[in-house]
Ligand binder design. Structure first.
Ligand code: PEP
Length: 252
């Protein structure tokens, strides 16, 4: 059976004490009512809070992820944070290819492929984000776009490495907008992604790869989205900033 995963992406929000309070509140709620055993919880904090989060994660039942990594391993790349640095702090996951990084920082699938390589080299699980913008959906290009993103960023990998990735389908028109893909739209794309992975790597690898939905997923709509057979959980932005909402999503 595939893992169920709920990952929070705090983006560039919260000061240090707010971040600490949020993690403590989340841990208190999960102590009162633990997540079920098949559900993995990941919190992707801003880089400056990762050390605090990995310290707290020792007592809490959650993993800590970065929101981005450098495509380079070390050297003269001012301001960048590398995979070996993250690994040495106890970070276990990293988001790669988030649409905000593609849009505001010009990340292309070939750069994202390098980031995935770095993550895997240092045992960080990449959470690879893909998804179409509104005009692409309106012109019915969503499948073509997602297929291109997935093949360019991931299909150079051997099967064993590809099997370590978490995919997050995040229609860009749904991120932070309050617009959510319908459960039918999410299921249709997730099944499509599984199909293209199966075509390249075989049915077993495709059946095992977790595919998360992201885009205005919240405590109210999570259960309906997660009930789809190919939706294995969510990548949660705004709603991960409130402990009660995030934990309600985990219990969905
Ligand atoms: C995200 O940033 O990955 C995301 C899904 O954001 P939101 O839940 O706020 O739409």
């Amino acid at each position: 059976m595939r893992k169920r995963i709920v990952a929070g992406n705090w983006k560039m929000n919260l000061n240090f004490s707010e971040a600490e309070d949020l993690l403590n509140d989340m841990m208190d709620l999960l102590e009162e009512r633990p997540a079920d055993e098949e559900t993995e919880v990941i919190v992707c904090t801003p880089a400056v809070y990762l050390e605090m989060a990995t310290d707290l994660a020792i007592d809490g039942n959650f993993y800590v992820g970065a929101q981005n990594i450098s495509p380079h391993e070390y050297g003269a790349y001012t301001g960048e944070i590398s995979a070996p640095m993250l690994q040495s702090m106890g970070v276990t996951h990293t988001i790669v290819g988030h649409s905000e990084r593609r849009t505001y920082f010009g990340e292309t699938d070939s750069v994202i492929a390098e980031k995935i390589n770095q993550a895997l080299k240092y045992d960080l699980t990449p959470i690879y984000c893909c998804g179409e913008v509104l005009e692409e959906r309106q012109s019915e290009k969503q499948f073509e776009v997602v297929k291109r993103q997935i093949s360019e960023a991931m299909f150079h990998l051997p099967e064993a490495e590809l099997g370590k990735i978490i995919i997050a389908y995040e229609p860009v028109w749904a991120i932070g907008t309050g617009l959510t893909a319908t459960p039918g739209q999410a299921q249709e794309m997730h099944a499509f992604i599984r199909k293209i992975v199966a075509e390249k790597y075989g049915q077993e690898t495709a059946e095992n790869i977790p595919i998360l939905y992201g885009g205005s997923c919240n405590a109210k709509n999570a259960a309906e989205l997660f009930a789809n057979p190919d939706v294995d959980g969510g990548l949660i932005g705004g709603a991960s900033l409130k402990a009660g909402d995030f934990v309600a999503i985990i219990h969905s």
